[in-house]
Write a protein that binds this ligand. Structure first.
Ligand SMILES: O=C(O)[C@H](O)[C@@H](O)[C@H](O)[C@H](O)COP(=O)(O)O
Length: 231
């Protein structure tokens, strides 16, 4: 591993990983509250983070001084089982974490591209995120920055905080944080599970460059980035 490689913490299960990541993230959120009076936590959707969300929801931190939001949203109705908004409200914003502030990326606009500028204005006003937890797909996408979507370069270069994307190999139009908004964070975590994703991660890591979107956040030295992997 060259010195640019990110530290990878490997766990036997997502349950064990989630326990450790919950402790780490909670401590950083509490430090942020102590230092600045408020903490900003950005999470990703999908299945991988569910055990982490359950544990975070039960963690005793000063949630009323935490704002939570998603790194991306599928453009589906909020009662859809594919809605990240529904996932967060169901699995994270409960128990002790019910006191947290939450900024939904689902604006109610008919189209994601009409929501993106409104969300950009709102999220550009926010300070540096304290913690952002990114997932990764088998294709190396993260948030909704997909290798095969026409909007990828815009997502990697725009100063806007949010863009609309339309992946070709995944369902739904989406809104996604851009690289510049993701990088405006104090701590980045990449959380993924399974051998397939591990091979993708190793391929990107060993290439030394951003051959897939996740590589934009692995091959950078500006923001401390830790990788949490479970078999
Ligand atoms: O809206 C989404 O789908 C997520 O934000 C996305 O980036 C996710 O992190 C990966 O697709 C991994 O999803 P799984 O954890 O379900 O494999």
């Amino acid at each position: 591993m060259n010195n640019e490689d990110k530290s990878v913490k490997t766990f036997a299960s997502n349950e064990q990983l989630s326990e450790q990541l919950c402790q780490r993230v909670s401590a950083q959120l509490s430090d942020a509250i102590a230092a600045r009076g408020h903490a900003y936590l950005v999470v990703s959707g999908g299945n991988t983070p569910k055990p982490l969300f359950e544990k975070l929801s039960r963690t005793d931190i000063d949630w009323k001084h935490v704002t939570i939001m998603l790194a991306d949203e599928r453009w589906v109705l909020p009662d859809s089982n594919d809605s990240n908004d529904k996932l967060i409200k169901t699995v994270l914003l409960k128990n002790k974490a019910a006191k947290a502030h939450y900024i939904s990326l689902y604006t109610g606009h008919e189209k994601a591209q009409n929501a993106a500028p409104v969300l950009s204005e709102q999220l550009n006003e926010l300070p540096e995120f304290d913690v952002i937890i990114l997932g990764m797909g088998d294709d190396g996408h993260t948030a909704s920055l997909f290798p095969d979507c026409a909007e990828l370069q815009q997502g990697l270069t725009a100063n806007d905080a949010v863009i609309a994307t339309q992946p070709t190999k995944a369902p739904y139009a989406r809104v996604s944080l851009t690289k510049s908004r993701i990088m405006n964070s104090r701590n980045i975590y990449l959380h993924f599970c399974g051998e397939n994703k591990l091979q993708v991660f190793k391929q990107v890591e060993e290439s030394g460059k951003a051959i897939l979107p996740i590589g934009e956040f692995l091959h950078q030295q500006q923001v401390p980035t830790e990788v949490y992997y479970a078999a």
